[in-house]
Design a protein around this ligand. Structure first.
Ligand code: PAF
Length: 281
């Protein structure tokens, strides 16, 4: 596995592959890998001749009050995991290379970015879109793989790729969960013991909504109320940021649930803010 830090060298490598007729898949990450990341790498490996994995803790998607400095990092372990999953190039630029002095260009998908996570993280998706567009421009991938745990991010990047005719196929990969149902996330490492014990209840609450829907309940207000009551009892350490039932592409709130509806949440638990979602049907 090659390790590249310079965006120009990365672009040259991808151009050479393209010229040789080899397809390129990009897996954008911020590192500290878990099995969710590995499933992205494996999906990329299956679907393209060459796999580029970017590892960059992108400062522009963190607000000044957020966890940029504390964000977990383990480059040596990440290298081994990437290599073990058949990654061809680990692209790990520095912030100075990605955002040199005077950097002043931004990308936004304002409509979708204002909803859900955007309400408490109003600048987050501007940073995500900007870095992902830069990564797309550097690597010009045929395919790019993102986890469905960050459903809103995936919807926004799909919209950006379509609206800007980027010619990259944006693929969503299913959430990978711990045995007890907790969605895997690098931020799970922030959880204390009691918080970790309660964290699987986030998923269990969303699963309750699926069960109620399967039994015939379609009123969004009732589904949300039942989840909230469940969490009040089972997740007392949690503080719900939002809990919504939305259309999976427009992310607009829906009053009446359909099998395609998405139940989506963000919950503060200790130092972590955890997100999760499920399609109802
Ligand atoms: O999902 C992430 O890890 C990040 O938001 C991404 C897509 C790598 C952009 O920094």
């Amino acid at each position: 596995m090659l390790i590249i830090t310079d965006p120009a060298q990365m672009a040259e490598q991808c151009a050479a592959w393209r010229q040789a007729g080899q397809s390129v898949a990009l897996v954008p990450t911020m590192g500290f890998f878990h099995q969710g990341h590995e499933s992205l790498m494996q999906a990329a490996r299956k679907n393209a001749a060459k796999v580029v994995l970017s590892l960059f803790v992108n400062p522009t998607q963190f607000a000044p009050t957020e966890d940029l400095a504390a964000y977990p990092r383990d480059m040596e372990r990440d290298k081994l995991i990437a290599e073990g999953n058949g990654v061809d190039v680990l692209f790990a630029p520095t912030p100075e290379l990605m955002y040199p002095q005077g950097y002043d260009t931004w990308t936004q998908v304002p409509g979708l970015s204002r909803l859900l996570c955007g309400k408490t993280r109003p600048t987050h998706f501007k940073g995500v879109c900007t870095v992902v567009l830069k990564l797309f421009n550097i690597t010009r991938p045929d395919l790019a793989f993102f986890g469905q745990k960050d459903w809103q991010q995936l919807a926004i990047i799909r919209r950006m790729a379509g609206d800007l005719n980027l010619g990259v196929k944006v693929e969503g990969v299913p959430i990978v969960r711990e045995a007890d149902g907790l969605a895997m996330s690098s931020r799970n490492s922030y959880l204390g013991e009691a918080e970790r014990t309660q964290a699987p209840q986030i998923h269990k609450g969303l699963t309750l909504a699926r069960q109620l829907f399967a039994a015939g309940e379609t009123r969004s207000s009732v589904l949300r109320k039942r989840i909230s009551e469940f969490w009040q009892e089972k997740l007392p350490l949690g503080r719900v940021d939002y809990l919504e039932l939305v259309h999976p592409e427009t992310l607009k709130a829906e009053k009446t649930a359909t099998p395609e509806s998405l139940v989506i949440t963000a919950v503060y638990l200790g130092k972590a803010r955890l997100i999760d979602n499920q399609i109802l049907g």
